[in-house]
Ligand binder design. Structure first.
Ligand code: DGJ
Length: 736
């Protein structure tokens, strides 16, 4: 690992664990992209860059050297207005109205460690020896604008992080119309684009399609990362599959409106840009002011999509998530939402806790409806005081009663929202995002608090702090149930109104930082109508997310499989719920519901008091098994084996760091007549070791004893089952 600058060739070589990222200065002025991918030795890098003179429609910036055209040069941070017609990474507007600028190399600095980003979440290192960083200062001298591009490479990961800090070093205001986190130009276009798309209750389904000439855009204009498109995409070589080939991952550590774009030009090069969405965005920089972009995390894998995912998993689990719970096993919880919805009293909750304890559960989460007068979803958000009709003795009493049953206690909040029917809104109607003389569009009968305002942020921190300090609360579910409309702030000047959405995000991150650092012993879980804000920005503050409001075991296979493309297993909340399922009305066996939920952070979300004795025994077995397997599931290496997006079954596995233990989960979604005999090719095992294979629920009966090589290359025999919705967990242990 390290960063080398060669003064003769003016090349920068960022060496990751086994990858290289190479740039070169052209004419000592322009920062050109040379290579990102497989690692190469640090020799003769100066002759790698290929450029050629094109026609007059790609003008040259240098009358003496017609080879130099910004339109055809592979670049690192492309600009607009001076001959590059491809999508730019930034654009400014001056006070004379013009929008042309050009960034020229000024200086650079290489240093150990990794800097943090002011006010924004980002990956981090614990010791300087884990990473090296490079700041490259580009400048537009005509207007005094500086762009400081920061790159970091890690010793233990094939990942490069990038972000940009814009500084107005001139004496006139500069408006950023576009301020993305990166640009990168690949000298090829034969890629497939992979990304995650969906909707509420159908999050992060995998899509893959070929790039074609022109642009492919993955974006959100919702003021939130959203259910529809995740702030992630990957470029894949055509032959790349789960286990082989080049995969280039792009992930943005941001929770607001974003854009990721891959643009193929007529010369078969591919430009990727990504960052805060420029749609309805601008940012005014007065002289001396600076603007920090979010961090982009680039992961290269020569071992296919699976290799890329495992790098993201480990990097995000260990160097993005923070706090006490980063490395701690996550509790098995019971959440009352699908059990009671708004219809509960303190006694109902205590009874759930009592049965939960009998079954081995560890934490009870009281979901929506405990505050104000909230008997349905039409009122009271913002009124964070206990509803004495439901909890007559208050929150400390209920938390203590749950604790006395032997469970920890957790609580739901939706801190970014206000109901028009609330005391808070009646007192402060200007505290929500809104635009003068316009309708305030409601979603779920609620409006969004204007977190760009300090008074609003301080109020929320105060009321949440009071509740969290009043009772033994071990967990908080931080929900957010609508996207932005009429984005404007009562306190911002006209020329800063288009800053509102990003100022909201900065305000939200500030509140999350204050709350999570004031209550380090509390496990925070983020949620947005399920997985509507499942993004790296949230994981920085809250190490887990409620994956989806869809708890159907079959649909969850796709949702969890898709989520695992980027996000670690320890970040995925997964609950067993009642049947018929409340979202899709499907009835699946408790065994399969358990096996699917055990593939994430296990919880239950149904009325435990209505379960039969037989069902309770089954849940006890699930919980006991999960406790044994929890470190392997939450912190092991994850391998996808069979995709639920193809065919009638799905499978994945978890392998311990020392490869001595593994867990394979196999799901037969639909039975087939006269089906082929199936074998599952396992992954990640030690080829030279012998493994004993058991049904995880019947460890006394050895099913197979096979070499790791045989299990990986010949496969594990799968059962011949009749019927739908069958599943099995196989446990593997190395023979000592
Ligand atoms: C949406 C969440 O995703 C659900 O789990 C639940 O907390 C509801 N909100 C409560 O309103």
């Amino acid at each position: 690992m390290g960063i080398v600058y060669n003064t003769d060739s003016q090349t920068f070589h960022l060496q990751g664990k086994s990858s290289s990222y190479i740039m070169q200065l052209m004419k000592s002025k322009y920062l050109a992209h040379v290579h990102w991918g497989r690692g190469v030795r640090d020799s003769n890098l100066g002759s790698l860059l290929a450029i050629r003179r094109r026609c007059s429609f790609s003008p040259s910036t240098d009358p003496d050297d017609l080879m130099i055209s910004l339109d055809t040069m592979p670049q690192e941070f492309p600009t607009y207005g001076g001959s590059d017609y491809r999508v730019p990474a930034y654009q400014v507007q001056l006070d004379n109205g013009t929008t042309v600028s050009e960034l020229i190399y000024e200086s650079h600095r290489i240093y150990a460690g990794k800097p943090q980003l002011e006010g924004l979440p980002a990956t981090y290192v614990e010791e300087d020896s884990e990473a090296e960083s490079l700041d490259i200062v580009l400048v537009d001298e005509t207007i005094g604008l500086k762009a400081i591009l920061t790159y970091t490479v890690f010793r233990d990961f094939d990942a490069v992080t990038r972000s940009v800090r814009f500084v107005n070093g001139g004496d006139r205001p500069i408006k950023l119309l576009r301020a993305l986190s990166l640009g990168i130009d690949f000298a090829r276009a034969d890629f497939d684009l992979l990304h995650l798309s969906g909707a509420w209750a159908r999050e992060r389904h995998i899509e893959r399609r070929p790039l074609a000439t022109g642009g492919s855009v993955i974006e959100s204009r919702r003021g939130s990362s959203g259910h529809s498109l995740n702030p992630f995409m990957a470029l894949l070589s055509k032959a790349t599959d789960e286990d082989h080939g080049d995969a280039y991952g792009f992930s943005l550590v941001y929770s607001g409106s974003f854009v990721m774009q891959a643009e193929v030009d007529p010369y078969s090069t591919t430009r990727v840009v990504m960052g805060i969405n420029s749609f309805d965005f601008s940012w005014l920089l007065e002289p001396g002011q600076a603007f920090q972009t979010p961090e982009a995390v680039l992961v290269y894998s020569a071992e296919g999509i699976g290799g890329m995912s495992r790098t993201y998993h480990k990097l995000y689990r260990t160097r993005l998530c923070r706090g006490e719970f980063r490395d701690r096993q996550r509790p098995i919880l019971i959440n009352n939402w699908e059990a009671t919805y708004f219809n509960f009293k303190a006694d109902t909750i205590e009874k759930l806790a009592k049965v939960g304890k009998e079954l081995g559960l560890e934490l009870l989460v009281l979901d929506d409806g405990w505050f104000g007068k909230r008997d349905d979803d039409t009122s009271s958000l913002g009124d964070w005081f206990v509803d004495r009709n439901k909890l007559p003795e208050g929150m400390p009493d209920l938390a203590n009663r749950v604790n006395q049953q032997g469970l920890e206690f957790g609580l739901w909040f939706e801190p970014e929202m206000v109901s028009p029917d609330s005391e808070l809104y009646r007192a402060h109607p200007d505290w929500c995002l809104h635009v003068p003389n316009r309708r305030r569009t409601e979603g779920r009968k609620q409006l969004i608090l204007d977190y760009s305002r300090k008074d609003v942020r301080d109020y929320i921190v105060t009321v949440m702090t009071e509740i969290l300090a009043s009772s033994p609360i071990a967990y908080v579910k931080w929900d957010m149930n609508r996207n932005m409309t009429e984005i404007g702030s009562a306190l911002l000047s006209p020329e800063r109104q288009r800053e509102t959405a990003h100022r909201y995000m900065l305000g939200l991150y500030e509140v999350m930082e204050r709350m999570t650092s004031a209550f380090p012993q509390v496990l925070f879980e983020s949620c947005s109508g399920g997985g509507g804000r499942f993004d790296p920005g949230m994981l920085y503050y809250m190490p887990q997310t409620w994956t989806s409001d869809n708890t159907d075991a079959v649909e969850r296979l796709k949702i969890q499989y898709g989520t695992s493309i980027v996000y670690p297993i320890s970040s995925m909340g997964a609950h067993v719920s009642a049947v018929p399922n409340h979202q899709v009305h499907r009835t699946t066996p408790l065994d399969m519901r358990g096996d699917v939920a055990m593939s994430g952070n296990l919880g239950y979300e149904l009325d435990l008091t209505l379960m039969t004795e037989e069902e309770k025994e089954a849940v006890k077995r699930q919980v006991a098994l999960y406790r044994e397997l929890r470190p392997l599931i939450q912190f092991g290496e994850f391998y996808r084996l069979s995709s639920p997006f193809q065919g009638v079954d799905a499978a994945w596995m978890f392998v311990s760091a020392d490869r001595k233990e593994a867990l394979v989960a196999y799901f037969q979604v639909l039975g087939e007549a006269n089906a082929p005999l199936k074998k599952l090719l396992l992954k990640g095992l030690e080829a030279g070791s012998n493994y004993q294979v058991f049904d995880a629920y019947a460890p006394e009966e050895l099913l197979e004893s096979l070499g790791g090589d045989a299990l990986m290359h010949i496969g594990l025999k799968l059962p011949i089952w009749k019927g739908d919705f069958r599943s099995r967990l196989y446990r593997l242990k190395v023979e000592e």
